[in-house]
Structure formats: structure tokens, C-alpha cells
Design a protein around this ligand. Structure first.
Ligand SMILES: *Cc1c(COP(=O)(O)O)cnc(C)c1O
Length: 368
């Protein structure tokens, strides 16, 4: 008996999916290559980790681990609402932004509908389209950045959702308030726009605009933020969306009752209050960006301009160079699946980690 018919009945959105490829964990590289010291610059994590007050909060919570979390996330939503000057009913919490992006896709997509995003955009947008059996409409990038005019042109009657990353990962590109406003003026009011601001805090203040401030103006706008990057909580999986109260209500109906856990909620609440740690993080990152850009220039390696916490570097053959760097205990990310096979993406680390990367990449290109 063949199982073909059984397998044919499984959801094609799942069976056709190539899963997200995360950066390799340090322990795996240590095991695989027999290395003691490994630096991971592959997932745009905060090299300072979480701040001291957050660590203390997590330790204290160990007494509470037997309890279910507050499914509604009351305290954290209040803290987010205060921070952004919005109403708590506009906030949806997610087990990372990743979960929110999938919840949003599930809310708006149906088989046969479109989701529109830029070439080289964060790959989760494509995965969310495939998972929901929607058509992924990938709009050619301009200078590796979002071409907002072309994205607006690509919207058709079937289009339900547009995903924008500002700044974008892995290209580090961003767009300004005027371009965004011109874009929103062209988007039909029945098409939902998701503005993913995962790297918001890293953008120099004079160059950035806060999407959350525009949510009141555009009922068809959802802004997502994460605690995984500047707040240093990648391991806890917590992010949030700000939208109209109506959309937040629907998103909250679809989520699992306890989608964010007790530690993540408390740590994120503490992290939001500790803006000094965010400032330290930004300062550390700015210094690392200078160190890496000067080092890459000295090596004659071209990289894309970036306003985030990583650089995307043209090394000729990204997969081969990323592998050679692994053997030297430096984890970076090849981004061939983003249609950028010549590049690797390196996250900004601590000064000694950045130097370790620069030394290793110098050895790799010298041995070519
Ligand atoms: C890292 C990242 C996120 C955050 O994902 P989490 O699930 O919150 O960890 C969202 N969007 C982009 C573009 C990212 O690079």
C-alpha cells in the first residue's frame, strides 16, 4: 500500500515549505570543528545581552515558574502603551515578531491572494506567504533597498498585504518619512501594510521616523517591533504589534491563549524601562560599525551601507567564505537564499569579536 493519498491530503503550504535557516548555535560549531572559542556574529543579536535589571527580574521570577502567564499580558501591554503613547488595546504581543507576522498573514490571506514585498526582504515574509498558500509577489529592489514606487505599482486587486522592513534585513537599507508618506498615499485603503521596525533603535535619530506615530492616521497600517535586537532578549521570544484597536482585537482572537511566557513578559517590561541599556547598546553598535567599516575598507571588501547592527559584505562566494570562517570559529550568515550569493552578513559584536572576524576574513581572502 502506498501512502501517497495520505500525504497528498497534508497542507501544501507546509509540505512545500523550506524552513527558515537560523544562524548556527555556538555549541554546534564548537562540536563540529573541535573549537574552544567561537564567536557568533550571525543573528544580529545584542552583543551586550540583556541589561542588569532584566537579568535580576528573570532570577526573581524563578519562584513563579509553576504559574501560567497572564494570557493578556496586561503589565507589558501597559508599559508598551505608555512608551509609545498609544492605547493598550492597540497592542498585540507575539512569541517574537515572527509569530506576529504569521498571525497577520493568517488574518488577511486566503489561497489565491497576494502578499507583496521587496526582493532581498526579510525571508519570513516569503515563508508566511507560502505557509498561507498566498502568492508571494517579490518586487525588484533598487540599490538593494525597497523600491516603494515599484511596490505600490505591484499592488493588484488580489493583494491583501504588503510587508516592508525598515531598516531591512539583510541589506541594512532604510527609507525616510517622506517616501513612506508618498507610498501610503498610493496604497488602496483596503490593503494592509505591515511596517517591520525590528532595527528601529539603531537608525541614527536624525534619519529615522517612528511608524507607530502614523498608526492613528492609517487604519491599514500595522507596525511591529521586537525585543530580540536592541533590547537583547532574542532568547526569550517576545515582540509586539501596534495597530488599530479593531485589528489588534482580531489578532488577539487568533493567537494561542498563552503565546508569550511569564519570563518574556516580565523581562520585556523591565527592558522597556531600562532605556539606558538601549543607549549603551546603540553606542556600542555605532563604535562597532566604524570598526567594521574601516576594517573592511582596509581589506578592499565592498559592503552595503547599513543603518542597523550588521553589514552585508561582498566576498565573491558567500557560502564558501561563510564555511571557511566557520572553520576559524567565526559564525556569519551566507545569504544565498535572499538572492545574494556573493554576500555574507556579519552582525556587529563586541570590539574583540569584530576584530576576530576581520582577522579571519583577511586570512580567508588571502588564501584564495
Ligand atoms: C530579527 C528580525 C525580526 C525579529 O524577529 P523576532 O521573531 O522578534 O526575534 C523581525 N524582522 C526583521 C526584519 C528581523 O531581522
Amino acid at each position: 500500500m502506498s501512502n501517497d493519498e495520505l500525504y497528498r491530503r497534508a497542507n501544501a503550504g507546509i509540505t512545500s515549505l523550506t524552513p527558515y535557516q537560523p544562524g548556527k548555535p555556538v555549541e554546534e560549531v564548537q562540536r563540529e570543528f573541535g573549537l574552544d572559542s567561537v564567536v557568533k556574529l550571525a543573528s544580529n543579536e545584542n552583543p551586550l545581552g540583556a541589561g542588569a535589571s532584566v537579568r535580576q527580574t528573570v532570577v526573581e521570577l524563578s519562584a513563579e515558574l509553576g504559574r501560567y502567564p497572564d494570557g493578556a499580558g496586561f503589565e507589558l501591554k501597559q508599559a508598551i502603551a505608555r512608551y509609545h503613547k498609544v492605547n493598550a488595546v492597540q497592542v498585540t504581543l507575539g512569541n517574537g515578531t515572527n509569530e506576529l507576522l504569521n498571525m497577520i498573514a493568517r488574518l488577511f490571506l486566503a489561497p489565491g491572494s497576494d502578499i507583496v514585498f521587496s526582493q532581498h526582504a526579510f525571508i519570513v515574509y516569503k515563508l508566511a506567504s507560502i505557509l498561507n498558500q498566498a502568492n508571494a509577489i517579490e518586487v525588484p529592489a533598487k540599490n538593494y533597498g525597497h523600491d516603494l514606487d515599484a511596490i505600490a505599482d505591484a499592488i493588484r486587486p488580489e493583494s491583501r498585504l504588503v510587508f516592508l522592513a525598515n531598516p531591512n534585513n539583510p541589506t541594512g537599507s532604510h527609507f525616510d518619512a517622506a517616501s513612506f508618506q508618498a507610498f501610503m498615499a498610493r496604497v488602496p485603503s483596503e490593503v494592509m501594510v505591515v511596517l517591520d521596525e525590528a532595527y528601529f533603535d539603531y537608525v541614527p535619530e536624525q534619519e529615522r521616523f517612528d511608524g507607530v506615530d502614523r498608526v492613528a492616521q492609517y487604519p491599514n497600517l500595522i507596525v511591529t517591533r521586537t525585543f530580540s535586537k536592541a533590547y537583547g532578549l532574542g532568547g526569550l521570544r517576545i515582540g509586539y504589534a501596534i495597530s488599530s484597536a479593531k485589528i489588534a482585537d482580531w489578532l488577539n482572537r487568533s493567537r494561542e491563549p498563552f503565546n508569550t511566557n511569564i519570563i518574556a513578559q516580565a523581562a520585556a517590561t523591565a527592558a522597556l524601562v531600562d532605556q539606558d541599556h538601549v543607549r549603551d547598546t546603540i553606542a556600542c553598535n555605532a563604535q562597532g560599525m566604524v570598526q567594521l567599516s574601516e576594517g573592511l575598507k582596509a581589506l578592499g571588501l565592498a559592503y552595503l551601507p547599513s543603518v542597523a547592527n550588521f553589514f552585508t559584505v561582498n566576498v565573491g562566494d558567500g557560502v564558501a567564505v561563510a564555511h571557511q570562517l566557520l572553520t576559524k570559529g567565526v559564525i556569519v550568515r551566507a545569504i544565498a537564499e535572499y538572492g545574494m550569493p556573493e554576500f555574507v552578513r556579519v552582525s556587529v559584536g563586541l570590539p574583540e569579536e569584530n576584530q576576530r572576524f576581520l582577522d579571519a576574513v583577511a586570512e580567508v581572502i588571502a588564501s584564495d
